[in-house]
Ligand binder design. Structure first.
Ligand code: FAD
Ligand code: FO1
Length: 468
């Protein structure tokens, strides 16, 4: 049984007159395995003795969605359609506005229940609201992305990791359970398979931004995600805590694109980590509190990022309606930035100069190039990169807009709560505290070139990027 805490009904319709399939509208969690929303759809279908069908709706013009992102997503979905077919679960690829397409789809199929996954982002919630108002069948959402569902973890916007962490740690033993096997209803065999998605046709009919090309270094899809995870656990985790902050090393997991598109479940990552290292969740949480060396220390550091920081980002976007603008900053940060709004900027760059990496700072240019060419900037440099945009633009509003635009355009893991929270942290003190006051930044934490130089070999990083 799927834990009831993971499920919320989002309309008030008690039961349906329809006797058709349970429809899982997949959006953020694009995978078959380890997916609580799909498992819940199967559970409800078994109870009604009806089949499950899965629908994904591609918004034809997803603002800023680039060829890079669309290609990664479609390849993953194509792989998933095959895996669903093995289970005799039909997959429908819809195109248009989800609030129109999903309503028509559920009617055409005489669906008895509609289930969606959860996203704290504006688009997704607006689609859900429209659909909830229009359908005449029960509509549920399942948080299949977070280990502890966002609405269970906290009922308000948290101040920082230090306030969310104890709540998550308390709830993790309850929610960090192994996923059950997928059991379909006997009626699944009756699901009709009248169509197969024509992926070539879809690709040729999408108006994505072709200037941002697909990537070769990362393979999309659930199977590839599991391989990257296995490689990380067997070879990179043991040095994670020391290597992850050095951009000249390949010390991070590279899982963020898979997690963003839901091709991998964060819960699976934690379960595999614990199993492969013979650890229990309590070992890692205790060590997270006390600090530790060795396998436990590395595991604790990684879980702090993957669970606490990631779920904190969902919390921020879920409870803060201004998650992608300075209006979402805490009052102290808005005040200090306002007080320094007229401070002289030593350098001022336009969006085009920033986008093309034409600043006086070779490190910044290299980081920007990493994002444009590789589609993924190193985690340490993302902070430096964003803070310099604040330092070199005319206003914090402009800086925020540019940072979001660049990140969402070029980063394969962009358009994600982690990106909105990361930018708000860097520019607006979200989840941070006031620091020493200085020009332009006011009390927002500053990062300098000198600080970066003391952490890693800047020239080596620049040379690696120049070589491509
Ligand atoms: P690892 O170090 O291997 O971490 C594993 C996972 O933990 C990540 O995949 C991610 O899910 C989570 N994680 C790690 N660091 C953070 C963090 N600081 N906050 C929240 N979760 C974290 N992350 C994105 O997924 N998408 C973005 O668009 C994005 N934009 C960012 C922009 C800025 C300005 C900043 C400061 C951070 C941003 N981050 C973003 C957070 C972080 O930098 C990336 O998650 C991380 O670098 C992804 O690489 P990885 O999977 O190899 O990381
Ligand atoms: N989800 C969808 O349901 N439909 C889409 O067309 C879609 C496009 C898309 C493009 C880039 C990207 O990074 C994610 C995309 N997603 C899409 C998934 C997305 O994570 C969620 O739907 C968001 O929560 C919506 O804001």
């Amino acid at each position: 049984m799927v834990h009831q805490g993971r499920v919320r009904q989002i309309n008030k319709i008690a039961a349906s007159k329809e006797i058709g399939p349970v429809v899982y509208w997949m959006s953020r969690d694009q995978r078959v395995r380890d997916n609580w929303a799909f498992l819940y759809a199967c559970e409800r279908a078994r109870a009604l003795n009806v089949p499950v069908i899965v629908a994904f709706c591609l918004r034809k013009k997803f603002a800023h969605a680039t060829e890079r992102m669309v290609d990664f997503m479609l390849s993953g979905l194509a792989e998933m359609e095959k895996e669903l077919a093995v289970k005799h679960v039909p997959f429908y690829f819809l195109m248009g506005h989800p609030q129109v397409e999903l309503v028509q789809f559920t009617r055409a199929h005489e669906a008895s229940i509609l289930i969606s996954d959860f996203s704290p982002l504006r688009h997704h919630r607006a689609w859900q609201k429209h659909i909830a108002d229009k359908v005449r069948i029960p509509f549920y959402e399942v948080d299949a992305h977070n280990i502890v569902p966002a609405w269970v973890a906290s009922q308000k916007q948290e101040f920082g990791a230090y306030t969310l962490r104890p709540k998550l740690h308390k709830l993790l033993p309850e929610y960090l359970e192994e996923f059950p096997r997928t059991v379909l209803s006997p009626a699944q065999k009756s699901a009709s398979f009248l169509h197969k998605t024509d992926w070539a046709w879809i690709r040729s009919h999408i108006s994505s931004d072709h200037a941002v090309r697909s990537l070769k270094w990362i393979i999309p899809g659930e199977a590839a995600a599991r391989k990257v995870l296995a490689h990380f656990l067997s070879t990179k985790l043991r040095t994670y805590d020391t290597d992850r902050n050095d951009p000249t090393l390949d010390g991070q997991s590279n899982l963020s694109p898979y997690l963003h598109f839901g091709q991998l479940s964060a819960q699976r990552v934690v379960l595999d980590l614990l199993a492969s290292h013979g650890l229990h969740v309590h070992d890692v949480l205790d060590k997270a509190k006390n600090g530790a060396a060795g396998a436990r220390g590395n595991a604790a550091a990684f879980i702090e990022e993957l669970v606490v920081r990631r779920e904190l980002s969902d919390n921020f976007c879920f409870y803060n309606p201004h998650y992608e603008s300075p209006k979402g900053y805490p009052a102290w940060a808005q005040k200090t930035l306002h007080e320094h709004a007229r401070d002289k900027r030593e350098y001022v760059y336009t969006l085009a100069e920033l986008e093309q990496g034409r600043t006086h700072d070779e490190l910044w240019n290299a980081a920007q190039a990493e994002m444009v060419q590789r589609g993924k900037m190193h985690g340490y440099l993302r902070m430096y990169w964003a803070k310099k945009i604040l330092e070199w633009t005319r206003s914090v509003t402009e800086a925020h807009r540019i940072a979001v635009y660049l990140n969402d355009t070029y980063s394969l893991d962009g358009r994600d709560p982690n990106g909105y929270a990361g930018i708000a942290w860097s520019l607006g003190g979200v989840h941070d505290r006031a620091w020493f006051e200085r020009s332009v930044f006011g009390k927002i934490r500053y990062m300098s070139y000198g600080g970066a130089k003391s952490k890693f070999a800047i020239q080596k990083y620049i040379d690696i990027l120049k070589k491509g």
